[in-house]
Design a protein around this ligand. Structure first.
Ligand SMILES: [Zn+2]
Length: 261
């Protein structure tokens, strides 16, 4: 305790240092209005890492893909000593920055997700569009982080604290709170338009659906529907059947709104 108090006081009287930070694009969503899209001074004691400084300012590190210190790309462990200009860029899924130091592993080409609790509706929408999406209401933060790392899944969350866990490498903080706006946001941010494969995955349990001849599953269809389709989709996980009609029609409108023709 005494040591830290001394360091703090020393910092305040003599060793308070500054670096000039500028955050780009959607990273500004994490900043108070007076710090958005402008350069500002960040004061610190000692020699904090770039990563700790960025998170102290309020931006979770998985949102960051490139940091330039005095125009040179650096890793998260780069130490600040004062006087630097620091430019912080978001995840570039669409721009080629290969010659620079990417702070995260390769972007997820085949996007798979693990969702934070309370995002059940978004999970169903993602599965509807064919994206491999894990979601359980009972997941603890530690479990979500562990699943993300072990299975290379991107975390979607409304909780910035979850993204600040040090083991997390791929995560995204949803700006929207409405599920329909959230699904549109995810498609847009990760440029998933071409990866959509509607009605290929069970909305309830996430298994990939298989196509079966209707004659094999007729008994499980509502009586009025038997004989209407040659084939239907079946979930090998929970045996649910999916056929054109019912929930299908309602959802087609949603998909049309999300995915421009
Ligand atoms: Zn299922």
């Amino acid at each position: 305790m005494r040591n830290s108090a001394q360091i703090d006081r020393q910092g305040l009287v003599g060793c308070r240092r500054h670096a000039t930070f500028r955050f780009y694009e959607e990273l500004n969503d994490f900043l108070p209005p007076d710090r958005r899209k402008v350069s500002f001074e960040f004061a610190f004691n000692g020699t904090p890492s770039v990563k700790d400084s960025i998170e102290a300012i309020g931006v979770p590190h998985p949102e960051v893909d490139l940091v330039l210190v005095d125009d040179v790309s650096v890793g998260f462990d780069h130490l600040l000593t004062g006087g630097e200009r620091v430019a912080v860029y978001p995840v570039f899924e669409r721009l080629d920055i290969a010659p620079l130091t990417r702070l995260r592993p390769e972007p997820l080409r085949d996007p798979r997700f693990v969702l934070d609790v309370h995002l059940g509706k978004l999970a169903r929408y993602l599965r509807l569009l064919g994206f491999d999406t894990l979601y359980e209401r009972s997941y603890a933060d530690a479990s979500i982080a562990a699943i993300s790392v072990a299975q290379r899944r991107l975390i979607l969350t409304r909780d910035k604290g979850l993204l600040k866990r040090k083991e997390v490498t791929h995560g995204y903080w949803l700006r929207n709170t409405q599920p329909r706006l959230q699904i549109a946001e995810v498609i847009e941010v990760f440029d998933l338009y071409r990866s959509v494969n509607v009605f290929s995955r069970c909305m309830v349990c996430n298994h990939a659906l298989e196509i079966v001849d209707e004659v094999h599953v007729q008994d499980a269809l509502p009586a009025g529907l038997r004989g209407q389709f040659e084939q239907v989709s079946r979930c090998p996980g929970c045996d649910r059947l999916y056929w054109p009609g019912s929930h299908y029609d309602k959802l087609v409108d949603l998909v049309r709104n999300l995915i421009p023709a």
